[in-house]
Design a protein around this ligand. Structure first.
Ligand code: SAM
Length: 368
């Protein structure tokens, strides 16, 4: 079977590396994600074990689309009845544009109409729409005069691990944090510290990765387990994969710590770590007091930028001083937003990425 695993722009390569380390299917990195050929259980393992994936899509159709009529006809042609029944609930989301179709809400609506019309014609009954917690999530993408229609196996986006309370200021998405750790090429043995950790996403993801704790274990079930096509025999197999993943988690990991000047952020980070079962430690501290770790390890951080840039040049001067104080042997990885008043010296690698809509760069170098 062919699946498409989505990921933020700039992280496609590390997602492919992660899936190949996990020995999941055959992969090919393309813009916006990774094409995956494999079996159902490979797709399930992505949901359960990938830290970087955002969604896992099962493509059902790819057709030319130059009008609303083309969209409707393409959607009406798909054999939705294999996965959707009048008893399952449904939600459709859309991205992209095509001629005459520049409103994604309308695109989603027309696709939903086509699905409902088809099922009603076949069964005399229709599935209802539930945008908040649907059994089946349909994904529509319009690009270059074509429409692709897919089902989302994950259901709720995979970055939502469930350990973070809403309300943290400017948090990184959990899957982007995991991608940054891989881009920084952390060895998962040396210490890791984040001097501006906010709600602690980088240290928490680092600890879970180092100890092999699968991110999807906290979810009771994934989207496709609610599809009409989901077979009880597969449920047994998935339970085995789940318990194997649980057995692989290790108790001991390297020292992982986070610091922040804001005591509320530290409290949120501690609570998040507790909920995630992460061993990362968090302390309130100013950047001026940061000295890295002993023995040296990875210093990785996501300083404020854009509208959230509090402190401006003074903050980046303090950050630059903190990096200058680090003992040789440390590696630094810093996520820089557009127009930050800082240009790190001796950068060995620059990874260009998207953090939501913002173009950002992860700069990485070794302290010699
Ligand atoms: C963009 S947020 C980090 C978000 C974090 N990666 C997360 O996922 O929640 C930047 C953090 O830097 C902290 N900060 C700003 N100036 C600081 C300073 N001088 N010393 C320590 N922390 C500072 C802020 O309190 C804020 O929590």
């Amino acid at each position: 079977m062919k699946f498409f695993v989505t990921t933020p722009m700039g992280t496609e390569g590390v997602l492919a590396d992660e899936l190949s380390d996990l020995r999941i299917g055959r992969t090919r990195a393309v813009v916006g994600g990774v094409e995956l050929s494999g079996r159902w259980e490979d797709a399930y393992r992505v949901c359960l074990e990938s830290r970087i994936a955002l969604r896992v899509l099962l493509p059902l159709a790819d057709a030319p689309c130059r009008s609303e009529r083309d969209l409707y006809d393409a959607a009406r042609e798909v054999g939705w009845e294999s996965h959707v029944s009048p008893e399952t609930t449904l939600a459709v989301s859309a991205v992209g544009v095509a001629p005459g179709l520049d409103n994604t809400m309308f695109v989603a609506q027309r696709t939903k109409d086509a699905i409902v019309d088809r099922l009603r014609a076949l069964t005399g009954a229709r599935p209802s729409v539930d945008r908040r917690d649907p059994d089946v999530s349909v994904f529509v993408r319009l690009a270059r005069g074509r429409v692709t229609l897919a089902l989302d196996l994950a259901g709720e986006s995979l970055h939502r691990r469930g350990y973070r309370e809403p309300g943290a200021p400017a948090p990184l998405k959990e899957n982007l944090a995991a991608a940054l750790l891989r881009l920084a090429d952390w060895d998962r043995e040396s210490p890791l510290s984040d001097p501006m950790c906010g709600s602690g996403t980088l240290p928490i993801e680092a600890d879970l990765w180092a100890r092999g704790v699968a991110p999807g274990l906290s979810r009771e079930r994934f989207g496709f387990e609610r599809w009409a096509s989901f077979e009880p025999s597969l449920a047994k197999r998935l339970a085995v994969l789940r318990s194997r993943a649980r057995e692989r988690a290790r108790e001991a990991g390297p020292p992982v710590s986070g610091f922040d000047r804001d005591s509320r952020a530290i409290e949120q980070a501690r609570q998040g770590a507790r909920r995630a079962g992460a061993h990362a430690k968090f302390e309130r501290a100013e950047l001026d007091a940061f000295e890295g770790s002993s023995p040296p390890g990875l210093v990785i951080t996501n300083p404020p930028y854009g509208e959230r840039l509090a402190g401006g040049r003074a903050l980046y001067d303090a950050l630059s001083d903190a990096f200058d104080r680090l003992a040789p042997g440390h590696r630094v990885a810093v996520l820089l937003g557009p127009d930050v008043p800082y240009s790190p010296p001796r950068v060995a690698e620059r990874h260009r990425l998207k953090n939501g809509d913002l173009s950002v760069t992860l700069a990485v170098w070794d302290v010699g």
